[in-house]
Design a protein around this ligand. Sequence first.
Ligand code: AKG
Length: 289
Amino acid sequence: MLSEDKIAFFREHGYVLVERAVSPELLGRLRTDFNAWVDESRSQTAAYGETLDGRPRFDLETDHTAERPALRRVASPIEVSDAYLEAVRAPDLVEAVAAVIGPNVKLHHCKINSKLPGTATAVKWHQDFPFTPHSNDDLVTALLMIDEVTEENGPLEVWPGTHRGALHDLWRGDRFTGAVDEVFARTCQENAVRCIGPAGSACLMHTRLLHGSAPNLSAAPRTLFIAVYSADDARPLGDNPLPSRYEGMVVHGKATGRVRSTPFDIRLPQKPKGASFFTQQAVTNELEK
Ligand SMILES: O=C(O)CCC(=O)C(=O)O
């Protein structure tokens, strides 16, 4: 169980580190499956595979080559790997999530974000809630560290406490870019705290917390299995950006048949047309030139 101190830390800062969220044995199988996907990606030149809505499951960074693979995203790995399906309902992980959003918890979507050594993959500053608005904001993004996450390998960076502040606009004109504007991003960076930890730890992050991450500058991989969970009475208000047959699966407690609403006012997101939100965020590079 998450200690009272850790629960209080999450309430205050909007994130918390959970150690040993999965067993070393399961961690080994998660790595094995991911390494097999990396090997498979060497023979590909563009995003490939298929998920429930017909978009690619495996997404490649623009600098991907057979010699230096840059597999940056696996969408809904739980549909193609027993190990990831086990991890998304790992008892220690989901109990920690339940400790911060209440006993009845369901899955919204999940993915792997990978930064292989020497690749350009980075994540621009954003909040998750504008991607996945729900009737209330009791949502947690759990980032399970498949590799050790260090200061150098492109750790998640958060601006503590911002989950208690405003929701930010991730639109530029008629484009949903999934990123805050360049000027505000600099302020976010000035306030950034890095979330590092040993493999097998998970960072639980409130859906409204501002966060981003820089490229991997090390020789070691940085692989995160990211699962978004909600309280059972938080009902989705937009399209799921990564629909899977496991959407809505109860991972802790029970389905209540209830809806709870809290007031907020945001523009609904656009679903990415490409394999992942990386293509949406890349639009800002053009807009900011
Ligand atoms: O992969 C990362 O470093 C960040 C992940 C992220 O921003 C997200 O899941 O919303």
